[in-house]
Design a protein around this ligand. Structure first.
Ligand code: ADP
Ligand code: MG
Length: 348
């Protein structure tokens, strides 16, 4: 029986699912979150609340754990780096710093000869005037974006006048890809050349928010292999430990692009809980805690639907689900429009 206590920064649904997976492996968990209502407190052994730069609260947290991981990437680098002086942080803080910055992330991916969308750094409004080539495009904040937040579709440079954009933050302008499909690869790296990699997952977004995921993805063999190869190359290059997700675009000519990397477990991998012998969450815990690696086996094809905002209510009121349906309620205190409240996975 393991005697490990794992610290998890972030207490949303991903933190909850990590804590549930840890419990199954007899790993104790302490969740640290800036939200006093964080849902993961329902599933962990200890809960500490405080802002992500509160030194006192952070030392209270690290005193209780053997090592630390995180459920989201927007944690100040200084915080992770400071924690790492006392207890190991996995994935490494430097990985998080690289990936939380869209420009640095895309430069890194391109250096590996992996295709990304075309992009350019934007520091002031007039930078866009000379960039007709990148239009239509999407202007994105270089840091702190998620679920389409901090993103502005731009058709022409005039569009900027109607948008009230705060140029004290850094931006990246990305050429719009004519999307045929989006897929993701979830991979857990244990150590040099030791991986568990899930098959490509096909994702459908609505208003830039993930709505549906399914396996198998309806893609050709070339994209199937290339997406896996690229995810492995990225994980290896980062010397990554834990579960990582690579999001991809496929354009109408069947070209594959890396959209972004998430240095963590990912929403598109929720279906791995029911569709595989080992979920992305369990694999993450196994990798960061140095537990046994178990060969991945698929149990079933599956589809997952995110329940956003008040879509959860109908499911909360359901008395009974079919045997092949698995409903997850994240137990978030308030229902907010477009907030991820739960999901339902159906084995098919
Ligand atoms: P987030 O960090 O919010 O997940 P993404 O960059 O992944 O941001 O964008 C969210 C979604 O918006 C993507 O999954 C895709 O559907 C759409 N999108 C973003 N950038 C582009 C692009 N350059 N071309 C086409 N669609 C895009
Ligand atoms: Mg994304």
């Amino acid at each position: 029986m393991s005697e490990i206590t794992l610290g998890i920064i972030g207490g949303g649904q991903l933190g909850s699912m990590l804590a549930i997976a840890a419990k199954k492996l007899n790993v104790k968990t302490v969740v640290f979150c800036d939200d006093i209502d964080a849902p993961a407190q329902n599933f962990c052994n200890q809960f500490v609340t405080g802002s992500y730069d509160n030194k006192e609260k952070i030392s209270e947290f690290i005193n209780q754990v053997d090592l630390v991981t995180y459920e989201f990437e927007n944690i100040p680098y200084e915080t992770l780096n400071e924690i790492n002086k006392f207890k190991p942080v996995l994935p490494k803080p430097s990985v998080n710093r690289l990936i939380q910055h869209r420009l640095a992330e895309k430069d890194f991916v391109n250096k590996l000869n992996i295709r990304t969308t075309r992009y350019v750094s934007i520091e002031k409004k007039s930078d866009i005037d000379a960039l007709e080539d990148f239009l239509p495009g999407i202007l994105k904040t270089t840091t702190l974006g998620y679920d389409g937040k901090g993103q502005y579709p731009i058709k022409s440079s005039e569009d900027l006048n109607s948008l009230n954009i705060d140029f004290s933050k850094g931006y990246i302008l990305e050429k719009l890809v004519k999307l045929k499909k989006e897929i993701s690869i979830i991979i857990t790296r244990f150590s040099n050349n030791k991986y568990e990699i899930y098959e490509p997952i096909e994702n459908t977004h609505e208003d830039q928010i993930l709505k549906y995921s399914k396996i198998p993805a309806e893609i050709n063999k070339k994209i199937f292999n290339q997406s896996k190869d690229w995810a492995m190359l990225i994980a290896e290059e980062l010397k990554y430990v834990g579960t990582l997700c690579v999001e991809f675009f496929i354009d109408r000519n069947d070209n594959l692009y890396v959209n972004e990397i998430a240095p963590r477990v990912h929403n598109s991998g929720h279906l791995t809980i029911n569709a595989f012998n080992v979920s992305q969450f369990e694999n993450h815990i196994r990798a960061v805690c140095g537990l046994e690696q178990i060969p991945l086996k698929k149990i079933s094809n599956a589809k997952m639907m995110n329940l956003l905002g008040d879509q959860i209510t109908h499911y909360r009121n359901m008395q009974k689900f079919n045997e092949n349906e698995f409903f997850f309620d994240y137990l978030k205190k308030d229902i907010k429009e477009k907030r991820k409240m739960g999901h339902i996975t159906t084995l098919v």
